[in-house]
Design a binder for this molecule. Structure first.
Ligand SMILES: [Zn+2]
Length: 320
């Protein structure tokens, strides 16, 4: 974002012209603030930027929220997503739609918890959830598992029943997911073996378009989905650090081969962003998520090998 610079040198010593300059400067500032307020009508907040389900001090698991017209569209529900929304200042009662890219635990561990805790925080309106099977079964079993608390609060605290608020939509192929008066959401299948199907999502609003890659190896489908988008949030891996990551996770003998097969390096993410012609590439879902030897500069430099646009190294609670 650009900031207006104050006039470094007044062109006249007269008070009238000084005031004219002052007002002109204020007008520039005012118009820029108006412009940024319009852009900010569709806000993107990174809630969790670490890849992998292992709880960490440094970063929360994968989740993002797009807010437009006071309505929250949550994409992925890694561990801690409800708390991260609170930390970001997003009212839990504003959660209206939840999209899951795929069923890995770093993306869905708190899917049910988000709905349940939002309800206990005052949500009493409909929530639509979107994603691949077995989303319907997961939702039903989650509500069943927590029926004791839910029924107790309905009877004891006068809450509206929770189950009727939740509307699940499962799909196995890409295409238009939903649209309302604020945003149109489309998806493509991405390449994240062995998890099939796995999706990337695109959100088109009046002011900007935002694409969330989900987890994927470098994907031509994603290049098409992200064509001309303002912002692409892409998962990013640093291949040279995978050996150190694997050494910290003792119970996963085939983890290295798995990571290399189904994730995109930061350099490849830059290639995807360049091929798609996006304006801003936001790196997120870092693999490894907490290796001090991989600096922000190294992540950004890798993405810039092929990408000429703006690169942002994602952080939890960063608003873009
Ligand atoms: Zn995954």
């Amino acid at each position: 974002m650009r900031h207006a610079q104050p006039p470094t040198q007044l062109r006249s010593s007269s008070r009238r012209e000084f005031l004219a300059d002052t007002f002109r400067f204020a007008a520039v500032l005012g118009s820029q603030q108006t412009a940024s307020a319009q852009i900010a009508r569709m806000r993107l907040i990174l809630l969790g930027t670490g890849g992998g389900p292992r709880p960490r001090r440094a970063s929360s698991a994968a989740a993002q929220v797009i807010i437009t017209g006071g309505v929250a569209y949550v994409i992925d529900c890694g561990d801690g997503v409800a708390r991260q929304l609170v930390m970001a200042g997003v009212p839990l009662s504003s959660v209206r739609h939840i999209f899951l890219t795929h069923h890995h635990s770093d993306h869905n561990a708190d899917y049910g918890n988000l709905i349940w805790l939002a309800w206990s925080a005052g949500l009493r309106t409909r929530v639509d959830t979107w994603g691949p099977p077995p989303l319907r079964r997961m939702t039903r079993l989650f509500l069943q598992m927590n029926r004791y608390d839910i029924d107790t609060r309905i009877a004891n605290e006068g809450r509206v029943p929770l189950s009727p608020l939740v509307h699940v939509h499962e799909f196995r192929t890409g295409g238009e997911v939903m649209r309302d008066e604020r945003v149109r959401v489309t998806s493509v299948l991405v390449d994240h073996p062995p998890v099939v199907p796995a999706f990337g999502y695109r959100f088109d609003g009046p002011e900007r378009s935002i694409v969330i890659s989900g987890d994927t190896a470098a994907s031509r489908n994603l290049v098409k989905l992200a064509n001309g988008a303002d912002i692409l949030v892409h998962s990013a891996m640093y291949p040279n650090a995978i050996d150190r990551l694997v050494a910290r996770v003792p119970n996963a003998a085939t983890l290295k081969a798995s990571i290399l097969a189904h994730q995109t390096s930061a350099e490849q993410a830059g290639r995807v962003a360049q091929d798609a012609g996006v304006k801003v590439l936001v790196l997120s879902h870092f693999v490894p998520p907490d290796d001090p030897e991989i600096t922000d500069q190294m992540w950004a430099d890798a993405a810039r090998v092929h990408f000429q646009g703006t690169v942002i190294v994602g952080k939890d609670l960063l608003e873009i």
